[in-house]
Write a protein that binds this ligand. Structure first.
Ligand code: MOS
Length: 744
């Protein structure tokens, strides 16, 4: 962030920023008044259901839709034989606003690319009729040999090394061989699926060549741009809104269901609602890829690292470009003389994998932070002390200065509050009856980012109200609340006089609710729009105004108007300024400064995760009894919503550690547990009280000193749990999830 002057809000602690403000969208949600994509009725709307392929690779040999077409209420059965032409979906990063997950043709031919690929869309008068008819579509296949097991794919020769995911410094293998103390281990993490509470859904309609979509998406502008590309339309002919999203986590992007619903709607000439079933989400929406990771660490007797090797393989498909970047934590966390960090990918014939909360860092931190714990034991050193001894002064792999890094403080504060002094390094030393008790810790990290292209529009009206509009997203994390706090403080208005509108591709700004970047991206855009507003207001103040003659650098918002920064006596209310100029309202729009801060600095959120587990010595049942996260995420803008984000991430980490796993039938590549009955996530009884603390030290290179809090919570948790389980039992489990069969 580059500022024309020091941001007055960076230092202020007397406003709304930093307070535990409750979510402004809370009352509407509790009353059932918040409308989600599948809540919006359109006149003449019909309901869609999908039929999924049952082989992983090959072609459709026969497709019989007669029975489905004759079923009650059915309007249309769309297959590759009658689907309208559509262009391949631009995949993420292939164009500035590309949101596709893979570039496979969508129902354009008879080819099958994964087990679960949609082969037919049924439109009917009711959802039940559509679901029933979809079950009547009969297909046979010419199946071809398919790569459906990660184990085999990993062992295939010549996997691809991902160019950007390779860091070589010195000769790490030689340093490892020469190291007085070393560990060299392999860790594995499974496929994970997205399970947002709100199922993926879209309600859409065509008006001539204009497409209007109510979607559940993390990126309205990107979804509109990508749909326009698929249907070969000018961007402005597609509008996507997503006022509320019931959870995203990286999965609420663009998948085949929105495209198929739009195509079927065009064919049928009717508005369409598609809401995937829970099984449908597993078949159509990708998740986190399997990984097999080698972490080898070499150190001197003093614990100083001489070699950090983090290599391995992530599953991917030939049609997407989202390698699970598990080396990211090793790139920034520890000083070492040599590094070898590399991600290889092995292609499977499966649904494209995608972003899932802390992609890369979540599985990567499990392996790296487990290995640190193993090295600490070899050294006979406290695992926190080992981390502190390897604290770098600059980014250890690219040499840039850190913008702000207080991971040592996070460990010290967390250790004290958690009672780490009661940690006994001898495994199995603490026992209460049948229960073995252990403690573990790990480092958490996630990069700071701000995406370019953030814009905001502010409308100030003479009644002293401000409306801020940004094409951002409220997925339940508190976007509208935090941005309202920021706007209130910037403009010097009470919270009640501010409203924030988001979730519409027609609003300014190509904002993405991803990469833990949205808060900073929007805050940067609001800052720019506010600067523009100050300029516009000063242009219209009258010659007798107390503000006359001041420049935008010399005023700020305060007391319901503008005030001279150096002279609080020079103040004029917004109402007086607008009235004086005969204006009912004033609207400004501006673009955020380019995110050059990430070019100049190594920027990350950090944290220290602490876990206490109890493992039943008879049954092997692991129970997490305490979790504490001590975070360093810059300034905390809302202590309530931030704590919820961090705690929610830690719960996801707990699920990753102990229960989450997508199970494939390895003969056919079909997901066997496509439901929350069989794909386990932590339930209330699995989740202990979670303590969350933070340094609250502003990062002066970001808007308002804040870095992301959305994804870091999950990182490090699985390692902290695994390390605690080792401490409790002496069993080192290197493959997630740590189920009781691995502990018996
Ligand atoms: Mo996140 S995985 O960028 O929604």
């Amino acid at each position: 962030m580059t500022f024309t002057r020091p941001d007055p809000l960076l230092e202020r602690r007397d406003g709304e920023i930093g307070r535990p403000v409750s979510r402004v969208d809370g009352p509407a949600k509790v009353r059932g008044e918040a409308t989600y994509a599948a809540d919006i009725p359109l006149p003449g709307m019909v309901y869609a259901a999908l039929t999924f392929s049952t082989v992983a690779k090959g072609s459709i040999a026969s497709l019989d839709t007669a029975e489905a077409e004759a079923a009650p209420g059915v309007l249309l059965v769309m297959t590759h034989r009658n689907a309208p032409p559509m262009k391949p979906t631009p995949t993420f990063l292939s164009a500035p606003m590309a949101l596709g997950s893979d570039d496979l043709p969508v129902m354009q031919d008879d080819r099958i690319h994964w087990n679960g690929q949609p082969i037919a869309v049924v439109l009917a008068d009711t959802q039940e009729q559509a679901d029933h008819a979809a079950s009547l579509v009969r297909a046979t296949y010419r199946a071809e040999p398919a790569a459906t097991t990660f184990d085999e794919a990993v062992r295939r020769p010549a996997p691809k090394v991902f160019g950007e995911l390779s860091v070589i410094i010195g000769d790490a293998e030689a340093s490892l061989a020469a190291a007085p103390v070393a560990v060299d281990r392999t860790y594995r993490t499974p496929r994970h699926n997205h399970n947002a509470i709100e199922l993926h859904a879209a309600t859409l309609a065509w008006d001539g060549d204009e497409l209007r979509v109510h979607d559940s998406t993390q990126a309205v502008a990107w979804a509109a741009s990508t749909l326009a590309a698929v249907f070969d339309l000018p961007e402005e002919q597609v509008r996507v809104t997503s006022e509320y999203v019931g959870g995203g986590f990286g999965g609420k992007t663009l998948w085949q269901h929105q495209i198929l619903a739009a195509a079927a709607s065009r064919l049928a000439g009717r508005p369409v609602r598609i809401m995937l079933s829970r099984e449908g989400v597993y078949r159509v929406v990708g998740g986190r890829a399997n990984t097999e990771q080698r972490v080898a660490l070499g150190a001197g007797e003093d614990g100083r690292l001489t070699a950090v090797i983090h290599t391995g393989t992530a599953a991917m498909t030939a049609h997407n470009a989202m390698p699970e970047a598990f080396i990211a934590p090793a790139q920034c966390l520890y000083r070492a003389e040599s590094f070898r960090l590399e991600v290889e990918v092995a292609d499977l014939d499966m649904l494209a994998n995608t972003f899932m909360r802390a992609p890369g860092e979540a599985p990567g931190s499990f392996a790296l932070e487990s290995a640190l714990d193993e090295l600490a034991e070899r050294l006979g050193m406290d695992p926190i002390e080992l981390r502190l001894r390897n604290e770098p002064e600059r980014d250890p792999t690219d040499g840039r200065p850190f913008s702000s890094r207080n991971v040592v403080r996070a460990f010290r504060d967390g250790a004290e509050r958690f009672g780490w002094d009661r940690h006994d390094p001898t495994p199995g030393a603490r026992r209460e009856g049948e229960w073995l008790i252990g403690m573990g810790c790990a480092t958490a990290t996630f990069p700071y980012q701000r995406f370019p292209g953030g814009r905001a529009r502010i409308t100030l009206s003479r009644d002293g109200r401000a409306v801020v509009e940004v094409g951002a997203h409220e997925m339940g994390m508190g976007t509208a609340t935090v941005q309202s706090q920021i706007v209130a403080d910037r403009l010097g208005l009470p919270m009640g006089a501010v409203s924030f509108r988001q979730g519409d591709s027609a609003l300014p700004g190509a904002v993405l609710a991803g990469g833990s970047s949205q808060t900073a991206s929007v805050a940067g855009a609001v800052h720019a729009a506010h600067d523009a507003l100050l300029g516009e207001l000063l242009k219209i103040v009258g010659p007798d105004s107390p503000l006359a003659g001041l420049t935008a650098d010399e005023v700020e918002g305060g007391g319901g108007g503008l005030v001279a920064t150096d002279d609080p006596g020079r103040h004029e209310s917004y109402q007086a300024i607008l009235d004086g100029a005969g204006r009912g309202a004033l609207t400004v729009e501006a673009e955020a400064s380019d995110p050059t801060e990430t070019e100049r600095f190594s920027m990350h959120s950090y944290g220290a995760q602490f876990c206490e587990v109890r493992v039943n010595a008879v049954t092997g049942e692991p129970r997490v009894s305490r979790l504490l996260g001590s975070f360093d995420c810059g300034r905390i803008l809302n202590t309530k919503t931030a704590a919820s984000q961090l705690r929610g991430g830690m719960i996801m980490g707990l699920g990753m550690a102990l229960v989450e796993e997508t199970e494939f039938d390895e003969r056919t590549g079909r997901i066997m547990n496509p439901s929350l009955a069989e794909y386990h996530v932590p339930v209330h009884l699995d989740v202990p009280e979670i303590d969350v603390i933070w340094t609250d030290i502003p990062d002066r290179n970001t808007p308002l000193g804040a870095r992301g809090v959305g994804e870091i919570g999950i990182t490090g948790v699985a390692a902290a749990v695994a390390n605690a389980i080792y401490n409790a039992t002496g069993r080192r489990v290197r493959e997630l999830p740590i189920t009781l069969d691995k502990l018996m």
